[in-house]
Design a protein around this ligand. Structure first.
Ligand code: ADP
Length: 482
């Protein structure tokens, strides 16, 4: 049976992206199509979205949506069926989707994303003639009020799913906004949208959606503990019966080393030796010594505490001590950016750092480095280690969340069984990271073992087929239970 789903997200690859959420929002719909689920994706009408929309059609109007007129446009873009919320007073501005050019949150984020959610609920209830989705799927706090608007609204409604991609971002706004947002007084309750005296967007979604998911089984367990729950563990324990973890995949067309336009030399599991030319190109690109006989460690990351980038800075002596090089691409906290630039200046030819966001370089690092470092303190799923597996860059990861679920440590048993795909350390701290870097460097020098791990990594199942099957089952179970 064909089902239809309305996916609601604040970013979608390749139109607007700040992180893994965009990758998932862009890749899940085509994968679900293979499972007989037709997905429309509702996103804010940022300039990049409106510019990409092919033959847009106005399918809904709102004369006053938080202080200005809004139109809902339907059209195709980037292979997706999109609804774009064209509300210039909310979304037509330079800067990022959540922040201005200086990195400050837009002061009206509460209204901007409440607008997205209100329209989502209206569309889910049939505001667009002829369109009646079976499921509304809300992603992260920006879409968290959509299940709430469905819950408190009148009349029949589809089932709702709330997926949390990162519990650290919760969207908390002052309680006095309740009426302005369009929620009834009774919503400001512990079993509603109230969250520690404020309104919690993510909390609202997690409380009021019919099903909730997060992006890996291990993270689903971690967030039910006081240490990992960031204030929401009680709620998540209470809703355990409808809460599950479904691993993300990566888009295997975008991330395909055999066809990747960003790689000077393309390769696959049968011809991994071609990576040597990509390694050289990466070394040249980042000003590293073009030396084939040194293990090259890579990083593609937001530069934040969550990602353990301070642990990385502390572990740089291990990279250098084992004769290695580092190629890093990232942007984030100013102090980490400075620390990394200082390290690069102190070790020219050994540490190469590129600050900023650069899609092409991200691909070259995956294709050119020997091992990718992901020392996160917590990681809901993590996509870079999945890309690394596919590109034969062996991941060196902390044993948390989705990293623990996707990388098989090269311990003695796994090496003997021939199943290892990378290096896993615990707990996330400088000394365990340094030890893992040492293990990786040592194994890299034993070419044959390394090649074996590389073959395992490159044949790991990191695509969307399996996860899409699980989401499809979730949607079907939900819609038949209603
Ligand atoms: P998160 O969403 O927490 O940042 P993920 O690992 O889930 O982390 O997803 C990160 C995504 O963003 C990956 O696709 C990665 O390649 C990409 N990425 C991160 N930083 C950069 C950067 N500086 N330049 C280009 N791509 C980046």
């Amino acid at each position: 049976m064909t089902l239809s789903a309305l996916s609601v997200a604040s970013e979608v690859y390749p139109l607007v992206k700040t992180g893994g959420l965009a990758d998932v929002a862009g890749a899940l719909p085509p994968a679900l199509a293979g499972e007989g689920i037709a997905v429309h994706t509702l996103v804010p009408g940022y300039p990049a979205v409106l510019a990409a929309l092919q033959s847009p059609e106005v399918v809904h109007r709102n004369e006053d949506l938080f202080g200005g007129p809004a139109r809902l446009l339907a059209g195709r873009a980037a292979g997706l069926d999109l609804f774009a919320l064209d509300a210039p007073h909310l979304f037509d501005r330079p800067g990022g989707p959540y922040t201005d050019a200086q990195g400050r949150d837009w002061p009206d984020n509460a209204q901007r994303f409440a607008a997205l959610c209100r329209i989502a609920a209206a569309v889910a209830r049939g505001a667009v003639g002829g369109y009646a989705p079976d499921v509304l799927h809300a992603h992260d706090w920006q879409a968290g009020l959509a299940p709430a608007f469905l819950h408190y609204g009148e009349g029949p409604r589809p089932g709702s799913v709330m997926t949390v991609h990162n519990l650290a971002f919760q969207g908390q706004v002052p309680a006095h906004l309740l009426a302005e947002l369009g929620l009834p007084p009774r919503a400001l309750a512990i079993d509603g949208v109230e969250y520690y005296g404020s309104i919690g967007y993510l909390k609202a979604g997690l409380q009021l959606a019919d099903r909730i998911t997060t992006v890996s089984p291990s993270y689903a367990e971690e967030v039910r503990t006081p240490e990992g729950g960031m204030g929401l563990d009680g709620l998540l324990r209470a809703r355990a019966a409808v809460f599950s973890g479904i691993l993300n995949g990566i888009d295997e067309a975008t991330w395909n080393p055999a066809t990747d336009p960003h790689l000077p030399a393309r390769f696959d599991a049968r011809r991994p030796a071609r990576r040597a030319a990509d390694k050289r190109a990466l070394q040249e690109r980042l000003g590293l010594a073009t030396d084939a006989s040194t293990p090259l460690f890579g990083v593609v990351s937001r530069l934040t505490w969550q990602k353990g980038m301070d642990l990385l800075v502390a572990a740089l002596p291990a990279v250098l001590g084992h004769g290695g090089q580092l190629a890093l691409l990232g942007s984030g906290d100013a102090s980490l950016e400075r620390g990394l630039l200082d390290a690069a200046a102190a070790h020219p030819g050994r540490i190469g750092v590129q600050l900023g966001y650069d899609e092409a370089l991200a691909h070259l690092i995956q294709g050119g480095c020997d091992a990718l470092l992901v020392p996160s303190r917590f990681e809901p799923c993590g996509l870079t280690q999945l890309c690394a597996l596919r590109y034969g860059a062996l991941p060196v990861v902390s044993r948390v969340g989705g990293l623990a679920d996707t990388v098989i440590d090269a311990n003695e048993a796994a090496l003997e069984a021939g199943v290892a795909t990378g290096f896993v350390f615990s707990p996330p701290g400088p000394a365990p990271l340094q030890a893992a870097i040492g293990r990786a460097a040592a194994l890299w020098r034993e070419g044959e073992q390394w090649a074996r791990l590389q073959r395992n990594a490159m044949s790991a199942d990191v695509g969307w087929t399996r996860p899409a099957r699980r989401y499809a089952a979730l949607y079907r179970g939900l819609s038949s239970s209603r």
